[in-house]
Design a protein around this ligand. Structure first.
Ligand code: TYM
Length: 329
């Protein structure tokens, strides 16, 4: 039997090239080596307020973007988290074995809590729900960007703790990071990671941005006061642009040096912009095709839920038995 892969994206804003290079591109590449499940994690999105009509539209958009980015729905399963009640059910059971202190140490919790006036309990529980997503399917591999590494360590800690309290139950999931592109930084501020929730107009290149918008954002990217690329001493803005080029193109380190050493920043930006435009063009074309059939995505999500529900339900039943919760005799 093939090992299982699981990963997810929050439908909480526009997907950007960080999501693509850190996650979606890698998913498309490895999907056939595994039994693959990719999830739109809407229950995670509502840990901060989402405008309901917009959230629903974003769930559909995210599913269509998975397929446009190369996830093959004939092979891989695409699901909306809230359509499978077992995610929330298992999350509760795992909450009960997770020490409070572990969650308080999560850097994402600290950052999100600092940005909110009222800190919802959901923000605190967020990593437990994420552990439930992964452990529910006994996933062996979880392909993500670097910002999710700490959550995955917590997932393993929770699994281990459950296994030691109640007996071997969960497969220990491994983190899979892309070799290039695991952490794309903001184009307006290369000291912070590119994120869906950042506000600045020149912060991110979104996957559905038209070519002219992409060119503008990249041409305005923050660099530094040097005139040209100097590999031994790259500033963070220039390093980020080179990283984006390398992740999209698949160029080796040697090729990157040969092509860009000594190049003036204006020319570097032009080359990065044209690479990103060319790479996103087929994705955007596929997206337009997929969304021209209004029933298509709904059908994929329905089929996905039907396909994986038996796996999810059997894990919940196993966990209930392990814990001594009520299961019909
Ligand atoms: P989310 O929605 O923030 O991001 C989705 C994926 O994109 C990656 N990513 C990045 N990679 C490189 N550079 C960036 N600037 C960048 N920004 C985001 C993320 O690492 C992620 O892989 N908690 C998760 C969603 C989740 C999940 C899961 C993931 C819920 N349950 C189970 C894996 C397994 C999140 O908020 O991702």
């Amino acid at each position: 039997m093939k090992k299982r892969v699981f990963s997810g994206v929050q439908p909480s804003g526009d997907l950007h090239i960080g999501n693509y290079l850190g996650a979606l591109k890698n998913w498309a590449r490895i999907q056939y080596d595994y039994e693959s499940i990719f999830c739109i994690v809407d229950l995670h999105a509502v840990t901060v307020f989402q405008e309901p009509a917009q959230l629903l539209a974003k769930i559909r958009e995210t599913a269509a973007l998975f397929i446009a980015a190369g996830i093959d729905p004939r092979h891989s399963t695409i699901i909306a988290q809230s359509s499978i009640p077992a995610h929330a059910e298992l999350a509760w059971m795992l909450t009960c074995v997770t020490p409070f202190g572990w969650l308080g140490r999560m850097t994402q919790f600290k950052a999100k809590a600092a940005a909110q006036e009222t800190v919802g309990d959901g923000i605190f529980q967020y990593p437990v729900l994420m552990a439930a997503d992964i452990l529910l399917y006994q996933a062996a591999v979880v392909p993500v960007g670097e910002d999710q590494s700490q959550h995955l360590e917590l997932t393993r800690d929770v699994a281990q703790r459950f296994n030691s309290l109640y007996g071997e139950t969960f497969v220990m999931p491994e983190t899979s990071l892309p070799s290039v592109g695991a952490r794309i930084m903001g184009l307006d501020d290369p000291d912070v990671k590119m994120s869906k929730s950042a506000k600045g107009a020149n912060h991110a290149v979104n996957l559905l941005d038209p070519p002219d918008r992409i060119r503008k954002t990249i041409m305005r990217a923050t660099t530094d006061s040097n005139p040209a690329v100097n590999f031994p001493a790259l500033g963070p803005g220039v390093a980020n642009l080179l990283n984006i080029y390398q992740a999209f193109s698949g160029a080796s380190d040697e090729e990157m040096h040969a092509r860009f050493e000594g190049m003036r920043y204006g020319d570097l930006k032009k080359q990065v912009a044209e690479m990103v435009v060319a790479q996103l063009e087929p994705l955007q074309r596929r997206y337009a095709e997929i969304t021209s059939d209004p029933g298509y995505v709904a059908g994929i999500l329905r089929e996905g839920a039907e396909r994986v529900s038996p796996i999810a339900n059997s894990t919940v039943e196993l966990v209930k038995r392990r814990m001594g919760l009520y299961v019909e005799p």
